[in-house]
Design a protein around this ligand. Sequence first.
Ligand SMILES: [Zn+2]
Length: 61
Amino acid sequence: MTRKSLDCRKIPSEINCDLKMTGSEEHLLPAAVQHAVSAHGHKDSPELREKIRKSLEDETE
Ligand SMILES: [Zn+2]
């Protein structure tokens, strides 16, 4: 199964977050949403989920 990765450096944020998360979309997406809300101060919404989902990339290593 292809794992996805999310690199915070590729998402504009005011806190210069450099966290990188990897996992299957099923697990990564909820974790990423939670991180965006708790660490980046975003509001959980369908738009936020969609934005994060679009920024997921196939794991490269
Ligand atoms: Zn982050």
